[in-house]
Design a protein around this ligand. Structure first.
Ligand code: FEO
Length: 405
C-alpha cells in the first residue's frame, strides 16, 4: 500500500502483512501491519522501521515522499525485530542519519546488529528533538512492553506515535479507525484491541495505568494516536486511552469462560450441564476447547470473562497436556481481577483438578473451591451435580463481579 499522509507532511510508510498467522506463537488470524512514519520537515525523520521481509516496501513508500538518502534522523522506539529488523537496509541508504534511541534500546540494538558504523543519540525521558516546524518529545515507557520501549509525541501535530501500545493485529487496507469501522465493525476493532492487550500487555496493567497517568499529567494535547500495528486512532483517541485504563484495571463484562480439553469426551460431557447451570443463573457463558482453539484466542476469552472454569481429565495423575500448557502460559501473563474454578474426569485416580487449583493459588487468582470431579463417564446424577456446580459457580462470580466493578 502506498504512503498515506496522516498529518501535514507526516506519512505512514509501513507495510501490511496479510499472510502472517503465527507471530512468535501468537496466532494472528487476521494478519497484522508494521506501521512506521516519515516526518518531512527541515530535517527528515523516520520513526521506526518494519519487519525485515517488508524492508523493500517501506523503502518504496519512503521514496514516494523523499529520497531515503536525505533522511537525517531515525527514531527507534522499540527494538523488537518486527520493528527494527529493516534498520540495516534503511541505514545502508542513509548512513549518516543519526539514530535516536533509549539507552536500553541502544544496548539491545548492539546485540542484534553491528552498530559500530552508525551514529547515535541516546535520548532520555522528556528529551526533545526539533526537526523544523515539528518538535519530537521522547517518552520512555520501560517494560511496556520491553525495557527499551518508548513513544514519540509530535507536539505541533498533536500526534502520539505510540509504538506497540494501542496496537492491534489486523491486516487491513484501512489506515484509520473510522475507515475500518465503516467497512468492518466496531466490535471487530474492539475485539482486536482486547486480543492484543490480553496476549501482549496483560502483565503490565499497573505500569500502563502509571504511564498513562504521567502522560495525562504532562497535559499533552493528543488528537491522533498512531501505533506500530493496526489502525491509527483519529476518531476519538481519548476513547482508546480510556479502554486501556479499563483493561489495565481488569474491567470486564459479567460472563464466564469454560476452557477445557478432553480425552474420551467425559470432561467434555461435563461442560454442557455446567454451562446450562451458568446460563440459568443469567450469566453469559462461552465454551472453549483448547486443542480446537489457538492459545492466543483462549487467552483473550479468559481475559474477556470475569470468571473461568478450567476443565481437564487426569492423565498419569496430572493435568491433560494442553490444559497444563494453557495454565503455564496464563501464569506468565499474571492475570488479576479474575475468579476461577476447576472440574474434570478421572479413571482410577484423580489429580488434574487438584493440580489446577495449585496453579491458581500460585497465580494469586481468586478461587471457588471445591471443584468437581467425576469418574469415567458422567452419569445422570453426575450431570445434575455439574449443573448445580455451574449455578453455584455463577452465583459466586456475580458476587465477585459486583464487588470488583
Ligand atoms: Fe510489535 Fe514489541 O513489537
Amino acid at each position: 500500500m502506498k504512503a498515506v499522509e496522516i498529518k501535514p507532511d507526516i506519512y505512514w510508510v509501513g507495510a501490511i502483512d496479510w499472510a502472517i498467522r503465527d507471530f512468535h506463537g501468537y496466532i494472528t488470524q487476521n494478519g497484522t501491519t508494521y506501521n512506521n512514519y516519515l516526518i518531512k520537515d527541515e530535517k527528515i525523520t523516520l520513526v521506526d522501521t518494519v519487519k525485515h521481509d517488508f524492508s523493500s516496501i517501506t523503502i518504496e513508500n519512503i521514496r514516494e515522499i523523499v529520497d531515503p538518502e536525505k533522511i537525517d534522523y531515525v527514531v527507534i522506539n522499540h527494538i523488537e525485530p518486527d520493528h527494527v529488523s529493516s534498520i540495516e537496509s534503511i541505514m545502508s541508504l542513509c548512513p549518516n542519519a543519526v539514530i535516536h534511541i533509549s539507552e536500553r534500546g541502544k544496548k539491545g540494538l548492539d546485540r542484534y546488529f553491528d552498530t559500530s558504523h552508525w551514529q547515535f543519540k541516546v535520548v532520555k525521558n522528556g528529551e526533545t528533538l526539533k526537526t523544523g516546524r515539528y518538535t519530537l518529545l521522547f517518552l520512555e515507557t520501560p517494560m511496556l512492553h520491553w525495557p527499551d520501549s518508548m513513544v514519540t509525541y509530535v507536539k505541533e501535530a498533536k500526534l502520539l506515535i505510540s509504538q506497540d501500545a494501542f496496537g492491534q493485529h489486523i491486516a487491513t487496507a484501512s489506515r484509520f479507525d473510522d475507515e475500518f469501522i465503516a467497512c468492518a465493525s466496531q466490535f471487530e476493532l474492539e475485539d482486536a484491541v482486547v486480543d492484543y492487550y490480553a496476549n501482549i500487555l496483560m502483565p503490565f496493567g499497573q505500569l500502563i495505568k502509571n504511564k498513562i497517568g504521567e502522560i495525562v499529567k504532562l497535559g499533552l494535547e493528543i488528537d491522533m494516536i498512531a501505533p506500530d500495528h493496526g489502525v491509527i486512532w483519529r476518531k476519538d483517541p481519548g476513547k482508546i486511552i480510556q479502554t486501556y485504563l479499563d483493561l489495565a484495571s481488569g474491567k470486564c463484562n459479567l460472563s464466564i469462560a469454560i476452557i477445557y480439553d478432553t480425552m474420551w469426551h467425559s470432561t467434555e460431557y461435563m461442560t454442557t450441564p455446567i454451562m446450562q447451570g451458568i446460563k440459568d443463573e443469567g450469566i453469559d457463558c462461552k465454551v472453549i476447547k483448547l486443542r480446537a482453539t489457538p492459545m492466543s484466542i483462549a487467552i483473550k476469552e479468559f481475559w474477556k470473562a470475569r470468571g473461568c472454569l478450567i476443565g481437564s481429565p487426569t492423565i498419569n495423575n496430572v493435568m491433560f497436556p494442553s490444559v497444563a500448557e494453557f495454565l503455564y502460559h496464563l501464569s506468565g501473563l499474571r492475570p488479576k481481577n479474575r475468579i476461577v474454578g476447576a472440574f474434570g474426569s478421572f479413571g482410577w485416580g484423580g489429580g488434574a483438578v487438584k493440580e489446577a487449583y495449585e496453579m491458581f493459588k500460585k497465580m494469586g487468582l481468586e478461587i471457588i473451591e471445591p471443584g468437581i470431579q467425576i469418574q469415567y463417564r458422567p452419569t445422570k446424577e453426575d450431570r445434575d451435580r455439574c449443573y448445580d456446580f455451574g449455578r453455584g459457580f455463577a452465583k459466586k462470580v456475580r458476587e465477585y463481579h459486583i464487588a470488583n466493578s
